[in-house]
Design a protein around this ligand. Structure first.
Ligand code: PLP
Length: 452
């Protein structure tokens, strides 16, 4: 076996990591993660780490689930791969399509498979434009997304997203994609009640539609809860008003469920928690609990009917659309979520416990705001609690806190000075307590470091 140092040297020499400052990484060396079980990871030095991010928002059923491992092994032996291009299909892809129709909201009975969330959102861009063209309205091209939203890293995915750092590289956004502000009360709405601000933020969509001309707008896309943007839980008034506006102007509503899907918010899908009825829904991550890559687009009957009856052949697809091994793992994963009753476990048990735990951190001198939704949570770190004044960004307080977490056996993510968690949905109540104690300890360590 190689030593940690040897792994790190080879990593630096050959592996370009996503979203990573490589000069910084080379100085410190990557942390080498070697195995995992349940909600814990172990690194090459033998440290045990509580994974409060479920990998990257995906390992909903936790690590080491034998049913998923067996499903992959069985399918690889029987038929590891076959495509769906030649008017061919495979049992696992058909079973998964059937199961998705069962667990998604009633307007959905069809799915288009991809390998990732980014590919799903790319598919949406082509699909909604093709939908409107099929209805004889090819001028409906514009898709509205949100600043700081994240919809992936492909050209269209990163364009739909509103991350300024991504738009600054590679000539984004692509034409026909525009953005409105996010429903981030703590940053943009503190003069108003949360409910009033929710309506204000939703009406930015209406203003944008009227500015462009409703006859040119194809769709609006959003994450029910903005995840990578910092777990921004919108006020309860926000999504119903967005739905009203989309209905009023006949604009397709796309829910990006890549993070919020498969139980994360305490319902099967985030749109159910937020009270919307999307026309299209993208998913990935939790569909296989991250054990194998898979994503897709749920297509509502309304959209599918037009595409099938008027759209002709949709010239779009991936080698791995409906990959049998990935689909077999997804079927096993969804059945496990059902058997373990994980959606109810989040809604009735650990979700409320996480909410109470985060609320109890509001007494901490560093914490300006806490928000949770199901098993997603955010802590906004501030310099001054009373006024909500932020720290100087140059201090990188979020990264400082993240380093204390890493050093003390906890993975939390920092988005600027917002600390976020999205732990596995299989967590027990004792494990939520264990995580909350670690979080408080790491906040205390961060506070002492900032004072010195
Ligand atoms: N959409 C959302 C909401 C996401 O959080 C992500 C990834 O984090 C994506 C899309 C992109 O998915 P992928 O990384 O599988 O391409």
């Amino acid at each position: 076996a190689r030593s940690t140092r040897q792994w790190q040297e080879a990593d630096s020499a050959h592996f370009m990591h996503p979203f990573t400052d490589h000069a910084g990484l080379a100085r410190k060396g990557a942390r080498i993660i070697t195995r995992a079980e349940n909600i814990y990871l172990w690194d090459s030095e033998g440290h045990k780490i509580l994974d409060a991010m479920s990998g990257l928002w995906c390992v909903n059923v936790g690590y080491g689930q034998q049913a998923l491992i067996d499903a992959a092994a069985r399918q690889m032996k029987e038929l590891p791969f076959y495509n769906a291009f030649f008017q061919t299909s495979t049992p696992p892809a058909i079973q998964l399509a059937e199961l998705l129709a069962e667990v998604t909201p009633p307007q959905f009975s069809k799915v288009f498979f991809t390998s990732s969330g980014s590919e799903g959102n790319d598919t949406v861009v082509r699909m909604v434009r093709h939908y409107w063209a099929s209805l004889g309205q090819p001028e409906r091209q514009v898709i509205i997304g949100r600043k700081n939203g994240y919809h992936g890293s492909t050209m269209a995915g990163a364009s739909l997203g509103g991350m300024s750092g991504m738009h600054a590289q590679g000539g984004l956004p692509i034409p026909g994609i525009v953005h409105i502000e996010q429903p981030h009360w703590f940053e943009l709405g503190r003069g108003q009640s949360r409910e009033d601000f929710g309506l204000t933020a939703a009406r930015w969509l209406e203003a944008k539609i009227l500015e462009i001309g409703p006859e040119k707008v194809a769709a609006f896309i959003g994450e029910p809860v903005q995840g990578a943007g910092g777990v921004i839980v919108p006020p309860s008034t926000y999504w119903p008003e967005i739905q009203r506006i989309c209905d009023r102007y006949g604009i397709l509503l796309v829910s990006d469920e890549v993070i919020c899907g498969f139980g994360r918010t305490g319902q099967w899908f985030g749109c159910e928690t937020m009270g919307t009825k999307p026309d299209l829904m993208t998913f990935a991550k939790g569909v296989t609990s991250g054990y194998i890559p898979l994503g897709g687009v749920m297509v509502s009957d309304k959209v599918a009917k037009v595409l099938i009856e008027q759209g002709g052949e949709f010239n779009h697809g991936f080698t791995y659309s409906g990959h049998p091994t990935a689909c077999a793992v997804a079927v096993a994963n969804i059945r496990l979520i059902q058997q373990l009753n994980l959606v109810n476990h989040v809604r009735q048990n650990i979700g409320p416990q996480l909410a109470a735990g985060f609320a109890s951190l509001e007494d901490h001198p560093l914490v300006g705001e806490t928000q949770t939704c199901g098993m997603m949570g955010a802590l906004q770190l501030v310099k001054d609690k009373a006024s909500g004044q932020p720290f100087d960004p140059a201090l990188e307080v979020g990264m400082l806190c993240r380093a204390h977490c890493f050093g003390n056996g906890l993975i939390m993510r920092a988005v600027g000075d917002r600390m976020i968690v999205a732990p596995p949905l299989v967590m027990s109540r004792d494990q939520v307590d264990e995580m909350m104690a670690l979080i408080r300890h790491c906040l205390d360590l961060s506070l002492s470091e900032l004072k010195t």
